[in-house]
Design a protein around this ligand. Structure first.
Ligand SMILES: N[C@@H](CCC(=O)N[C@@H](CS)C(=O)NCC(=O)O)C(=O)O
Length: 210
């Protein structure tokens, strides 16, 4: 049995949780309590020296320490349903959108939250090294989050999924990102009708309740 190192409120482990559910792969869960900084403690550091969540321990004991590795492994290990595309062009489109949603959406929210929240003082970046907050980055991050919502809404006009070939890892990353924006008090408004329609359709998938 595989084990997911997880924490309910955090967006990155949610991506792995949804992916495992979509692949129909059952797993054990170990909660790493980020509220008490357990990810920085010695026990978890021995599992993932990057001190980030998620990590996935495979049945053979190997540990995958980020979503990129977890996604690559699970798609190869359990090819159906294909979530990274089937043809070369589908794979390219999905990889491109997944990276873009990470960079322009998830990282923008992290930039705003981690540089602005008093609770994240000296934790402006995840990982074992402490970095001071830069307040200007919190402002810039917030502006980027708003641009991201507008961009994603425009992209979803006339579409049911992020990529043309249907539901993919890019939709998982986008749902997690859009939901996590609440942490910086951003949510889709009436000007984001396409995004709201897509999000409502995504809610019909049981995995999205995880
Ligand atoms: N690239 C990593 C990023 C993981 C990440 O940043 N996780 C956050 C939780 S969402 C974390 O572990 N934060 C630890 C901290 O803030 O100290 C992945 O997606 O797997």
């Amino acid at each position: 049995m595989i084990t997911l190192y997880d924490f309910g409120m955090a967006p990155s482990p949610r991506r792995a949780r949804i992916l495992l559910a979509e692949k129909g792969i059952s797993h054990n869960t170990v909660i790493v309590d980020m509220m008490s900084n357990e990810q920085l403690g010695e026990a978890y550091r021995a599992i993932n020296p990057q001190c980030t969540i998620p990590a996935l321990r495979l049945a053979g004991g190997e540990v995958l320490t980020d979503n990129a590795a977890i996604t690559a492994y699970l798609e190869a290990h359990a090819p159906e349903p294909a979530l990274l595309g089937r043809t070369p062009l589908e794979k390219a489109e999905i990889a491109g959108w997944n990276a873009r949603i990470e960079m322009e959406g998830l990282m923008a929210i992290a930039e705003a939250l981690r540089n602005g929240s008093p609770m994240m003082k000296n934790r402006a970046l995840p990982g074992p090294v402490d970095y001071a907050q830069i307040p200007e980055l919190a402002q810039r991050g917030l502006a980027r989050v708003h641009s991201f919502f507008d961009m994603l809404n425009a992209h979803l006009a006339g579409r049911d999924t992020i990529a043309s070939s249907g539901f993919s890892i890019a939709d998982i990353t986008a749902v997690v990102t859009v939901d996590f924006a609440r942490a910086v008090r951003v949510k889709a408004g009436e000007q984001h009708g396409h995004l709201l329609r897509w999000r409502a359709a995504m809610a019909l998938r049981p995995s999205m309740a995880l």
